[in-house]
Design a protein. Structure first.
Length: 344
């Protein structure tokens, strides 16, 4: 390949070409393959960094720096990236859990003392369900700005009408009402109807894969939550005072931002199923290293049409670059079979 041809490629195209050549020539040192592609030293190192970051190549074993790298299949690299992301999310959840434990430790003296008048934070343990219902009813009359709730399960049938009445009263007084539920309750017909009725009244409803506990927060000054988050039927904690409630508001905001607004469809999978034959042909030619001009001649279309086809392919595959589209296409098997033959 000529130096001009190599230079005409974008950075992602160079990385894709280097990766394909490494797969086709197992055992060849990366430096030798880069020279065959007429890559400069800077281009070679940039490609090495990008491929290593994506997990598509691994440094050669042993002390020799110029040895052959281990080439990783796209599907294996993707699974490793997903595992890394999963571990990162689990680490963040563990940090949240440790923060929650720390909050419980800080609140311990108040919980043991029952109530302590005159303090910034007032905490009371309540094991009477009727008392809890009265507190929620009183909250409807006293709340002024906002109510935030999360529920791990379904609303009891006998409580649905009462909850809608509270919603009407709060929304009519300009109170912002947010409600978060576990995604699984959104599949129960009776709950689907209840969520639709709450949303119609002006309640902001979201669904989340994980809801850590039952919780009601109001006006940054009131919190109702279980003493044991793993047992929704455990005694309730009634907390008043911004010093403690704001901490639970931060936890609620974190969960709320990760949840999906009720009624929003999940995004369609990027599996390439919507690609046309023309888009597939363009994808295979580009993956084989053909430049846009030759793709246009082969398809009998203009360069502008080729650019549009590439943009459509990237959108269908959920890719941010041509290189990412090539990796995704390889993972999905869209490039399986004989490579597209072309002449320079």
């Amino acid at each position: 390949m000529s130096r001009n041809a190599a230079g005409a490629r974008t950075a992602s195209e160079q990385s894709l070409a280097l990766y394909q050549e490494l797969r086709a020539s197992p055992g060849d040192p990366l430096d030798a393959v880069a020279r065959r592609l007429d890559l400069t030293e800077a281009e070679r190192e940039r490609c090495r960094t990008e491929l290593t970051g994506l997990g598509l190549i691994e440094p050669p074993a042993g002390p020799a720096p110029g040895g052959a790298p281990a080439v990783v299949a796209p599907d294996v690299a993707l699974l490793r990236l997903l595992q890394h992301e999963r571990e990162r999310l689990e680490s963040r959840l563990a940090e949240t859990s440790r923060a929650h434990t720390a909050l419980e430790t800080l609140a311990g003296p108040f919980l043991r003392a029952g109530t302590e008048t005159g303090s910034e934070v007032e905490v009371l343990i309540v094991d009477d369900p009727e008392r809890v219902r009265r507190e929620l009813a009183d909250l409807t009359n006293t709340v002024r700005r906002s109510v935030h709730s999360m529920l791990t399960g379904s609303v009891r049938r006998e409580d649905m009408a009462r909850e809608l009445d509270r919603d009407r009263d709060r929304v009519a007084r300009g109170v912002r009402v947010q409600a978060m539920y576990s995604q699984r309750v959104g599949q129960v017909p009776e709950m689907m109807q209840h969520l639709a009725e709450r949303a119609a009244l002006g309640v902001e409803v979201r669904l989340s894969p994980v809801v850590p506990m039952n919780m009601v927060l109001a006006d940054e000054n009131f919190a109702l939550l279980p003493t044991d988050p793993r047992d929704p039927d455990s005694a309730a904690v009634l907390a008043r005072g911004p010093g403690l409630v704001r901490s639970y508001l931060a936890l609620y905001a974190y969960c709320w931002n990760a949840a999906t607004p009720y009624g929003h469809a999940e995004p369609a999978p990027h599996d390439g199923g919507g690609l046309t034959e023309q888009q597939r042909a363009a994808l295979r030619m580009l993956a084989s290293g053909i430049k846009d001009e030759q793709v246009a001649r082969s398809l009998g279309v203009s360069l502008r049409t080729v650019s549009r086809l590439i943009s459509e392919v990237m959108q269908e595959l959920g890719a941010a670059s041509r290189f990412e589209a090539g990796v995704q296409a390889a993972r999905l098997g869209l490039l399986d079979g004989d490579p597209y033959e072309h002449t320079s």
